[in-house]
Design a protein around this ligand. Sequence first.
Ligand SMILES: [Zn+2]
Length: 291
Amino acid sequence: MRIGVDVGGTKIEVAALDAAGRVALRRRAPTPPDYAGVIATVAALVEGAERDLGARGTVGVGIPGSLSPETGRVRGANSTWLNGGRLDADLAAALGREVRLSNDANCLALSEAADGAAAGLSHVFAVILGTGVGAGVIVHGRLLEGRNRIAGEWGHNPLPWMTEAEFPGPACWCGQRGCIETFLSGPALAADADGPGARDAAGLPARRDEAARAALARHADRLARALAHVINILDPEAIVLGGGLSNMAHLYEALPRLIPRHVFSDAVRTRVLRAAHGDSSGVLGAARLWP
Ligand SMILES: [Zn+2]
């Protein structure tokens, strides 16, 4: 049995895969806003799943951010209370076994390339568009972790082809300005439509007012630029969108129309696909961190 855990900003989800890769159990709990609480919640979810299924499993965990190859500690998590923790070691101690950790966007990429929207494709760029913005890279069918374990962390590159009105862009929690995340995350889109402090982007596509319409158009155009930049470097067969904003249906019509304006090619055949496993891609990919 393989157990996956997805540590998100608001919820922690666990799923257990049986030997055939089928989901045997799935559960979630709210994410505690402190490090010790996260360790205790993950341990309780895993132990509860094992007790109810009567089997012990491998444990893979997807987190926002990544483990520093230098210090072994979490860095770059927008759930900032995780940063600085030795999460793999602390979870290993709590669960009495080795635990594999990876970035949540890497887990999305693993899951979607294994049996999701990009099943059977060799080169995939899988994007999380949610509270944060990140991506995972599949090359030759395998996850690319990278020399510094940051492959795909394009959310903290500056928005490409920035207009004068956009420059220099909002301050980002990472210390830079104008990061892709500061334009494309759910909170960024909500704030663009409804002003500072607005958080709900999910309701915008259903609205007919000018503020919502214009913010969605700016968001699609910026996402197209950010993805065109990736295509010019990696040229993947497909881009998979996951995270809450990937449910906005207009993106799958707008992006194929907007992306080619910025790609250095006469034809752009890159497919833009919605994550097949939806919200569950992260937790399913985390289980797949073990073979
Ligand atoms: Zn940033």
